[in-house]
Design a protein around this ligand. Structure first.
Ligand code: HEC
Ligand code: HEC
Length: 286
């Protein structure tokens, strides 16, 4: 009986100990996590002071050259950093036109952690391109995006000194973020999750559309069209020159000259013009 009690006591003690150990490890895990993120926030703050504060102000409050980051939530910050728009190299140049930024993904994460303490705005959206309906994506793209980005996603001018970028580098997350935040001159959209997936699927599809037929020279439809134009035109010019330059052939302009009346020519003492000079036309009165 005593042995059973002792065994039970040991069991209870062991359970209590293991529960305590679990609680300890849980709380130390949480502490470690918050340490990591506060370290990231601090790293991000340092990076912000060296790379961003000159334009956005030491607290991200903005300046006369750059907007405040107090309205820039995770989706905006992630979009601007992952697409290499920031840090901006040169004021006055659209940020999407600059060379991709030198920031590593660890630095981007640190900046995102820090800027998460500065601004509030929409969270990074979810998107699953592989779940997107390609036909729906095409429909949405033609109706909402093609006017600016062109039907092939090649981008183009959208007014004096404004242009929409090509979408050849935009992955699914970038598409979802762009439609959510509406960067620069682009409007914001509020699509359903299914429509965001569909758009992302379609933009990814535009990167490698299946071959629509014809001979591909592997440089994309626009340069291929240009090449076809240049080659075709060149060939046409060669053929024309060959036809015109053939011996004994009458040049078209000469063929069409109105024949001079023969009596006028006789007065001038010239010989009769050859009947061959102009073939009879259906409308001729003679
Ligand atoms: C040379 C000045 C300059 C530097 C340096 C710079 N930015 Fe910017 N930033 C701008 C300007 C100008 C805009 C607005 C124009 C645009 O969107 O291209 C902007 C826009 C942004 C936006 C979008 C804000 C919004 O609400 O639309 C974010 C986010 C941002 N910058 C973050 C950063 C971060 C992070 C860094 C440092 C890694 C940085 N910027 C460095 C000038 C700068
Ligand atoms: C009024 C013209 C306009 C319309 C409509 C428009 N965009 Fe944009 N889009 C822009 C401009 C301008 C930018 C560049 C903004 C900037 O960085 O300052 C842009 C940027 C983007 C980017 C970022 C590209 C990159 O690689 O950095 C994506 C992705 C994008 N648009 C997708 C879309 C989709 C999808 C639609 C339709 C739902 C759409 N856009 C509709 C003008 C437009």
């Amino acid at each position: 009986m005593l042995a059973v009690l002792a065994a039970a006591a040991i069991l209870v003690a062991a359970q209590a100990w293991s529960a305590q150990a679990q609680a300890d490890s849980g709380s130390s895990g949480a502490a470690a996590a918050s340490q990591v993120s506060s370290a990231a926030v601090e790293d991000g703050r340092q990076l912000f002071l060296s790379d961003c504060a000159s334009c956005h102000g030491t607290n991200g409050q903005g300046s006369n050259v750059a907007p405040t980051l107090q309205n820039a939530g995770p989706a905006t910050v992630d979009f601007y950093l992952r697409t290499g728009r920031m840090p901006l190299g040169q004021l006055g140049v659209p940020s999407w036109q600059q060379e991709r930024s030198p920031l590593t993904s660890a630095q981007i994460q640190a900046l995102e952690a820090y800027l998460g303490t500065v601004g509030t705005g929409p969270a990074i959206p979810n998107v699953v391109a592989s779940a997107g309906d390609l036909h729906r994506g095409w429909e949405l793209f033609i109706n909402n995006c093609a006017a600016c980005h062109s039907a092939t996603g090649a981008g183009g001018s959208i007014g004096t000194s404004l242009a929409a970028p090509p979408l050849s580098r935009a992955d699914a997350q970038t598409v979802a973020e762009a439609v959510l935040i509406g960067p620069g001159a682009m409007p914001r959209f509020s699509f359903s999750q299914a429509d965001v997936n569909a758009l992302a699927a379609y933009v990814e599809y535009l990167h490698t559309p299946s071959d629509p037929g014809g001979v591909s020279v592997g440089v994309g439809p626009v340069p291929e069209g240009l090449m076809a134009g240049v080659l075709g035109l060149g060939l046409l010019i060669l053929v024309t020159r060959w036809v015109v330059g053939r011996k004994g052939h009458v040049a078209p302009a000469e063929q069409l000259t109105v024949p001079v009346e023969s009596d006028e020519l006789e007065e001038a003492g010239a010989s009769k013009p050859s009947r061959r000079r102009r073939p009879p036309w259906p409308g001729d009165s003679r």
